[in-house]
Design a protein around this ligand. Structure first.
Ligand code: ADP
Length: 334
């Protein structure tokens, strides 16, 4: 539905040329919530802003439902943008206008009648649960309420795509969760495609179907979220996932400090909930020492990680590890 082909974007910084986005290739499916995660300065914002040409790509093409929007003239682009709503970290509301006027603004630009506008704005206000704030000004709203107004405004023209430029980064964790729930509801009810950029793995974990990791303007890893959690390939992916586990003991165990064999297990979905370890202990003549573990609930499934020390005869340990593999558990000797 969105196809990004060999996209690059450079900025001239004095005598220097900075390549903020380098040869990015992506395909984002209809109805998908696609996350782009990276550290500050990685090129996330530039990349997402190229999708609706708030930033003009230097090279490459962007197809939306088959049409290359990089070839569009101003008028075609204005029309295309009606199908692409966008929300921002700092909401970008009109502070001199009340909630109603903020949401009605894009509809007025469309030339809708007063009656049509009134009906649409009231529906949107109900949808984002802000009917009682219709006459309030942005300064009288909490961060979460401001983002709900921005979401209602972004949905006013019934777009097919919603872009979120760090849409939850300025919000506390509880409000973030409620905004992510709202985005998920929107995706389901309107079959909207959502592309979001974030520096928070929590956001990816809670809402995204697939994720791309961007570093120095390049996509270095891309996968379904559950696969990324189960088997992260790059150091950066590992670091983002480890960031989530700050409340469990450090996983940097040194095998030299242990007599047994250290293994790291990762498992998805049903396997995460089965008592696989206790069954393994019963089946094989080994001792098991659990060193650390956690389970992350993703939008589609759950992913578990465990670090175990196995002690016993080599062949029993080997059989136990084969058993784990047969139970769809990834086993890695540390
Ligand atoms: P992120 O959103 O991941 O923090 P950005 O896309 O904002 O990253 O920035 C990527 C790189 O491009 C950074 O090195 C940044 O300084 C540079 N950059 C972004 N916008 C501009 C601009 N308008 N002019 C010059 N350099 C820019």
């Amino acid at each position: 539905m969105i196809k990004i082909q060999n996209l690059s974007k450079s900025f001239n910084n004095g005598n220097n040329k900075i390549w903020a986005v380098k040869d990015v290739n992506l395909q984002i499916n209809k109805g998908e919530i696609f996350g782009i995660i990276g550290l500050s300065g990685a090129g996330k914002s530039t990349l997402i802003r190229c999708i609706n040409r708030l930033e003009e790509p230097s090279e490459g093409k962007i197809f939306i439902e088959g049409s290359d929007i990089t070839s569009f003239d101003k008028k075609q682009l204005r029309n295309a943008r009606k199908n692409i709503g966008m929300i921002f970290q700092h909401f970008n509301l009109l502070f001199q206008k009340n909630v109603y006027k903020n949401i009605s603004f894009p509809l007025e630009l469309e030339g809708l009648s007063k009656k049509e506008i009134d009906s649409r704005v009231n529906t949107l206000l109900e949808y984002v649960e802000l009917s009682d704030k219709r006459d309030a000004y942005p300064s009288q709203l909490s961060g979460g309420q401001k983002q709900r107004v921005a979401i209602a405004r972004a949905l006013a023209n019934n777009p097919k795509i919603l872009l979120s430029d760090e849409g939850t980064s300025a919000l506390d964790p509880k409000t973030t969760k409620s905004i992510l729930d709202l985005l998920n509801k929107i995706r389901k009810e309107f079959n909207l495609t959502i592309v979001l950029i974030t520096h928070q793995m929590e956001v990816v974990k809670d809402i995204c179907d697939r994720v791309a990791i961007i570093e120095e303007g390049e996509i270095i890893e891309m996968n379904k979220v559950e696969e990324l959690f189960k088997n992260p390939k790059t150091h950066t992916a590992n670091a983002f996932i480890s960031g989530l586990k700050s409340d469990i003991p450090d996983e940097n165990f040194s095998p030299a400090e242990f007599e047994g064999t250290l293994i790291r297990l990762s498992f998805l979905g049903k396997s995460a909930k089965k008592p696989i370890v206790s069954q393994m202990v019963k089946k094989f003549d080994i001792d098991v020492n659990i060193l650390s573990g956690n389970i992350n609930e993703l939008i589609s499934t759950s992913v578990g990680h465990l670090i175990l020390e196995l002690s016993g005869q080599k062949d029993e340990i080997k059989k136990a590890m084969d058993y784990l593999n047969n139970e769809n558990v990834n086993v890695e000797v540390i």
